[in-house]
Write a protein that binds this ligand. Structure first.
Ligand SMILES: NC(=O)c1ccc[n+]([C@@H]2O[C@H](COP(=O)([O-])OP(=O)(O)OC[C@H]3O[C@@H](n4cnc5c(N)ncnc54)[C@H](O)[C@@H]3O)[C@@H](O)[C@H]2O)c1
Length: 420
């Protein structure tokens, strides 16, 4: 089919662009079989660390989904996954997994710098894809993955699970009904704390984390060669070369929710201040952050700290006719209890007879939504477009921080990513 040939050729090109010399590329395979409504879906996972194992457990809990293969550069993960998928075929090299013709869909839960090559290779192999957030490490990669997805008929879900939340469904309904009015400002925040001396995210390096058990060259895939470093391998989140810090780890969920609620496109500009002030533990990414994103006739602010957790996380949409507040893990002032809720209050100036409301729509299972779409070929709740828009917003913020300057969208799109 001419259309398929050109799509695969395109994916091959984008994959070349997403990797550097030295990275091998899987040859595109025939597209996976058509999965019938009652057929068993066979999956593989690339990157079965902490999140990957959670995703995998969520996937195999969905009826008629079976994990047949995994790929991870660290043999410890093979043993961990065998504990709950005893017959899994374990590979070190993900290209061997993608070469298998009996796999319908792939979960990608590798460190951020590997999302783009694994995303594009999965599409080129003709598999449906569940790819963890943030969609990509850099803006050029986000463009390549978005374009690759637009030229593919594969089902793609990004691991932005709050896109499947009842709070988003109800918030959109309140906004669409005109209850919120003109929104010029959105406030959002996310806060955590750790015991003194123990930095957020820092994980111990296991004794077997050494070149005998880790394929370091494959971990570096699209990065300059360097000596094995167990701390960087385990604590990749702390280093710019592999991570985007807390904007790509946590802000991404909240900005995606805000973008979807308000139907926003890309920010016209971003600024970001902050620093490494909670724990001086060798990390490069800031622990304290204040972001301002400019959208047409509105600003969206996001703040975060790793030195206080009292108010958890939340978003407040401030409209001329009403307010929406979603909070999670924040401490109730009166009872002291942790709570998660989404509420609406009318602005009496413009909706004098308007009532308040509480979100009651239950969350959908984000992973089950993916497999429903693998069968129906419909668009999942967190498609590539929201993966793209949210990635651009957080990656622009990081550029503003690193350049210590307000960055426009045009500047961000032309920006050459820095590895360190
Ligand atoms: N959606 C969510 O709420 C959520 C929550 C946590 C993490 N995440 C995302 O999941 C991803 C993984 O995070 P994590 O905490 O599980 O990290 P992790 O370090 O625990 O796991 C990453 C795994 O990838 C493996 N890996 C590294 N290079 C590889 C390669 N080339 N091929 C195959 N495997 C390779 C590592 O050995 C490790 O097992 C990140 O992108 C993170 O942002 C999402």
């Amino acid at each position: 089919m001419p259309q398929q040939t050109s799509r695969r050729a395109f994916l091959g090109q984008t994959l070349v662009g997403a990797t550097t010399a030295g990275a091998l590329i899987s040859a595109p395979l025939a597209a996976a079989r058509v999965v019938g409504a009652n057929d068993r879906i066979r999956i593989g996972i690339i990157g079965a660390g902490a999140r990957g194992q959670e995703d995998l457990k969520a996937a195999i809990a969905v009826p008629n989904v079976e994990c047949v293969a995994m790929a991870d550069v660290y043999t410890r993960r093979h043993d961990e996954v065998r504990q709950f998928v005893p017959k899994v075929e374990a590979y070190t090299d993900y290209r061997k997994l993608l070469d298998r013709k009996d796999i319908d869909a792939v979960i990608v839960a590798t460190p951020l710098h590997l999302h783009a090559p694994h995303f594009l290779a999965t599409l080129a192999a003709g598999k449906d894809l569940y790819s963890e957030k943030t969609m990509t490490w850099s803006i050029p990669e986000a463009v390549k993955c978005r374009d690759g997805a637009r030229n593919s008929d594969r089902v793609i879900q990004i691991g932005l699970q709050h896109e499947s939340s009842g709070s988003l469904t109800d918030t959109k309904r309140w906004i669409d009904s005109g209850w919120v009015g003109k929104v010029t400002e959105v406030e959002s925040w996310m806060s955590r704390n750790t015991p003194h001396g123990k930095g957020q995210w820092v994980r111990p390096v296991p004794g077997d984390c050494n070149p005998e058990h880790v394929d370091w060259a494959l971990f570096l895939e699209n990065r300059p060669k360097s000596e094995f470093d167990g701390n960087k391998f385990i604590n990749w989140r702390l280093f710019w070369e592999f991570s985007g810090g807390n904007t790509t780890e946590n802000m991404i969920h909240q900005i995606a929710w805000i973008i979807s609620a308000l139907d926003l496109d890309l920010p016209s500009a971003a600024s970001m201040m902050g620093g490494i002030w909670s724990e001086k533990d060798g990390r490069q990414v800031p622990d304290t952050i204040s972001v301002t994103l400019e959208y047409p006739e509105k600003i969206v602010c996001w703040q975060s700290t790793f030195s206080n957790s009292r108010f958890g996380l939340g978003e407040r949409i401030l409209g001329s006719d009403g307010t929406v507040e979603h909070v999670s893990g924040s401490t109730d002032m009166v009872s002291g209890r942790s709570r998660e809720e989404t509420r609406y209050w009318a602005e009496k100036a413009n909706r004098p007879s308007g009532d308040s409301a509480v979100s009651e729509t239950p969350d959908q299972n984000h992973m089950a939504n993916f497999f429903d779409c693998v069968r129906s070929r419909k668009q999942p709740n967190a498609p590539v477009e929201i993966g793209y828009k949210s990635a651009i917003a957080v990656l622009m913020s990081n550029i503003a921080y690193r350049e210590q300057s307000r960055i426009t969208l045009q500047e961000a799109m032309a920006y050459e990513p820095k590895y360190s």
